[in-house]
Design a protein around this ligand. Sequence first.
Ligand code: NAD
Length: 300
Amino acid sequence: ASRTVLISGCSSGIGLELAVQLAHDPRQRYQVVATMRDLGKKESLEAAAREALGQTLTVAQLDVCSDESVARCLSCIPGGEVDVLVNNAGMGMVGPLEGISIAAMQNVFDTNFFGAVRLVKAVLPSMKRRRQGHIVVVSSVMGLQGVMFNDVYAASKFALEGFFESLAIQLLQFNIFISLVEPGPVATEFEGKLLAQVSTAEFPGTDAGTLHYFQDFYLPASRELFRSVGQSPQDVAQAIVKIISMARPPLRRQTNSRYSPLTLLKAVDPSGHLYVRTTHSLLFRWPRLLNLGLRCLGCL
Ligand code: NAD
């Protein structure tokens, strides 16, 4: 029998690619419920799904920030039984925190953190009853280490990491697996949406020095990072497909080996000194070295 896979945030990017790849599984192992907040945006997904549409893939409305929307979506799935839940919906936030309202920060947590928690609460009772299930969470390398001017986004991904690592221990008792997937930069609408956001934002109340560091140091370095080591959403989706097919899926999986020199800086020095000092120096003292280093990594 095929496994029912529910994915959030499928109108674009990683979610769209993952839904399409799973629906086209040559062995037809999956029934994909590809969900999105706004069904008006379903055209690209339906075009990419082709003949799988209505067969191994159905499109459904789901806003991860709404209890009613989650309940309505699950009520359309036979028995409400989800075998694999992929928490993919998410949003970014960059900029100096002095210029960002608490309400805007809470919106990021509502989507990235509580959105995933809401879905898990909804599917968990049935998974526990059936003693089976797999919960995949699209986290980020920023769930493992902070990045300048991404304070709130990184915090929302750290929250996911702590929540799901804690849950993973209990759920082993129920034969339910958790997998946190940690991509580096991915070339999706994500970066474009962020850049559009910052091009119109004024970050009121932020001092000139901080704005200078954001605009003249962080933004160019970030663009360079996407250009040099950015991964395609297809690549990330492929990594997730592999994890979903495993009998014993891992708790954590980084998808981009070209980014791992940066994550290693934290892993090898638990004091945190090496990661913070090195990235600080690369950004502020030797920005050219950062670009060069990343380009070299991009060529490997
Ligand atoms: P994307 O912007 O193309 O996709 C995000 C999707 O989430 C969109 O379809 C958006 O409509 C949806 N979404 C936002 N709020 C929602 C809500 N309330 N309810 C339902 N859907 C909602 O970008 P992406 O890169 O494909 O992002 C997917 C995931 O990957 C996110 O969790 C993101 O944090 C993570 N990620 C992205 C990158 C990157 O560089 N692009 C890197 C690491 C992790």
